[in-house]
Design a protein around this ligand. Structure first.
Ligand code: PEP
Length: 249
């Protein structure tokens, strides 16, 4: 199975920085290594530019969010159908920043993931516990509830990915231990496999939260980690390339 390495630029970047990112990427990784799926999720207005600049590369494009409806009077929103139309293959849904700042519930996340699947996009469905929930010993309980309520009924083999992102690890420089990541991923895989009746080997779970070039190799070496979702360290094309290369070294 390929390791999936996803860049989430969040609300960062410009046309200038996108050109530099693409240039650095193409210089360091003219061909995405065998066994790796590289995905870049810039802010939506930069997707067409990045698509154009990376035309000769195998890097896939993704967005950071979508609306649950295919079209309509939803000013300022972007549908999964349009994202597919402009060249995306993936869309992140339920990132903890959207759950927090945009009050996105599991129900909304599920509706967005459903719309993504129906449009032919692979949703990257984010789940993860806060520091308080972790300190109370509620990590698995929280994660199970997020899985049960965020997975849409269309979820099946190969049409969705989960990303385990402990909220306290995002942008903080603090990471769970490798054993903790392994344990939570095992719990996620078991829950998903049971709830939608698919083999455990067909459940893809990325890890996200303070992944950098110097820790990515160790995380990616864990057998139940299908890849990584990278925020801050993906803004620099060279650093993101180092993370990609650590998946195959
Ligand atoms: C993220 O935005 O999904 C993320 C994991 O951020 P960071 O890598 O900066 O912790």
């Amino acid at each position: 199975m390929k390791k999936i390495i996803v860049a989430n630029w969040k609300m960062n970047g410009s046309s200038e920085s996108t050109k530099k990112w693409a240039q650095d990427f193409m210089l360091l990784i003219p061909e995405v290594p065998y066994g790796v799926e590289a995905v870049a999720c810039p802010p939506a207005p930069l997707i067409p530019l990045l698509n154009y600049l990376m035309d000769s590369s195998e890097v896939k494009l993704g967005a950071q969010d979508c609306h649950a409806k295919p079209e309509g009077a939803f000013t300022g929103e972007t549908s999964a159908e349009l994202l597919k139309d402009i060249g995306c293959g993936y869309v992140i849904v339920g990132h903890s920043e959207r759950r927090t700042y945009n009050s996105e519930s599991n129900e909304i996340v599920s509706a967005k993931a459903s719309s993504a699947i129906k449009s032919g996009l692979i949703p990257i469905i984010c789940i993860g516990e806060t520091k308080e929930q972790r300190d109370r010993g509620d990590t698995i309980k929280v994660i199970n509830q997020q899985i049960d309520e965020s997975l849409p009924k269309e979820a099946g083999i190969g049409n969705f990915i989960l990303a385990y992102e402990p909220v306290w690890a995002i942008g903080s420089g603090n990471l769970p231990t490798m054993d903790e990541i392994k344990q939570v991923h095992d719990a996620i895989i078991a829950r998903v496999s049971k709830s939608i009746a698919i083999e455990t080997s067909k459940v893809y779970v990325l890890y996200g939260g303070s992944v950098k070039a110097d820790n990515a190799g160790e995380i990616l070496a864990l057998s139940n980690v299908s890849g990584v979702l990278v925020g801050g360290a993906s803004l620099n094309g060279q650093d993101f390339c180092k993370i990609i290369l650590s998946a195959v070294s």
